[in-house]
Ligand binder design. Structure first.
Ligand SMILES: [Zn+2]
Ligand SMILES: [Zn+2]
Length: 332
């Protein structure tokens, strides 16, 4: 089969991805193999290719928003039938025994395996997944529609909960790409007022199209104090900007896996009055199940741009340079 691998991380325009020929992998006990129909492109893939995230394995295949069809079962795998459509997401495996797993916070597991970082992901013809970590997908969603929900959607949903905005409250969204455009739809459907701050023209247009309450530049002043905010842009310099826009007691949730340096904070203006700054780290399977149900019920629609799987580097370069709005999806 064909698979893309990250050989030596480098700026995306220098071509860190290489397409290789590999044996079709055989599922181990408890695993299933998915024939990849399509795979969403997440900013994490870009961080991995460029080396912001250190590779955890040489020549790993990126991709953790995989929609595919089960075509082989490992010993003991019984949750899915051959021919069934499944989703493969970022959380590939947890130990199930550490103190965080036992208290229900498996997103904080001390020895997790992530798809497309520790485990080969979906920038390929096929990939393996532990069946306990795969998702059933709502029938109503086409493959290309479903893919971005699997990381962008799920992480955004967790971030929205972490931002802890009360019903009808005011949410700020800093950075507006694949994850934010899905999260904004959930927030609007839940009656929040949504203010978007982003620099890309295409992303600004997409936010306006979705009917958010205001759209401004990345570091613009908020039209009103915020009851909570999510930072999606991997830009640490926006942390104090967002904190200054927060109302008393409000939370800023940072949804990124990697963030550039955060400048020194002014305690009085940016943190005092119980403003909170927190990160969002991966997700639990429960977050995933909840979000997929909610997305179906609320009719969350991903805006996607399709690229042939053979053009994965171009999709990542376009993401790096902000050349599209919404989410890119690689199709086989
Ligand atoms: Zn654990
Ligand atoms: Zn992701």
């Amino acid at each position: 089969m064909h698979a893309w691998v990250v050989e030596a991380p480098a700026p995306i325009d220098a071509g860190p991805l290489r397409r290789v020929e590999r044996q079709l992998p055989e599922p181990a006990p408890g695993q299933v193999r998915a024939r990849v129909a399509c795979c969403g492109v997440c900013r994490t893939d870009l961080h991995l290719a460029e080396g912001d995230l250190s590779p955890r394995r040489p020549a790993v295949t990126p991709g953790h928003e995989v929609v595919g069809t089960v075509d082989a079962l490992g010993d003991g795998a019984s949750r899915f039938a051959v021919g069934e459509r499944i989703g493969v997401a970022w959380l590939g495996r947890t130990d199930g025994t550490c103190r965080y797993c036992r208290r229900g916070d498996e997103n904080l597991c001390v020895s997790p395996l992530f798809t497309g970082w520790d485990l080969d992901g979906g920038y390929a013809d096929a990939c393996l997944v532990d069946e306990r970590f795969a998702y059933r997908l709502p029938d109503a969603l086409a493959d290309e529609q479903a893919a971005p929900l699997l990381c962008a959607g799920i992480i955004g949903y967790r971030a929205l909960r972490c931002a802890d905005v009360p019903p009808g409250g005011r949410l700020g969204i800093y950075g507006f790409g694949g994850s934010a455009h899905l999260t904004a739809q959930v927030a609007l459907a839940q009656g929040m007022r949504v203010h978007v701050f982003t620099r890309g023209e295409k992303n600004r247009a997409l936010a306006a199209e979705l009917g958010v309450d205001s759209v401004g530049g990345a570091a613009d002043l908020s039209p009103e104090p915020l009851d909570g905010a999510i930072l999606f842009a991997p830009a640490g310099e926006l942390v104090p900007v967002a904190l200054r826009a927060m109302d008393r007691g409000a939370t800023l949730a940072v949804a990124d896996i990697w963030l550039s340096a955060i400048p020194g904070l002014d305690y009085a203006a940016e943190l005092f009055e119980e403003r909170r700054l927190r990160s969002v780290t991966a997700n639990t399977r429960r977050d995933g199940e909840e979000f997929l149900r909610l997305a179906e019920r609320l009719g969350v629609r991903a805006t996607t741009v399709a690229y042939p799987m053979a053009e994965a580097p171009r999709a990542l370069a376009d993401l790096a340079h902000g050349r599209f709005g919404g989410a890119a999806v690689l199709t086989n």
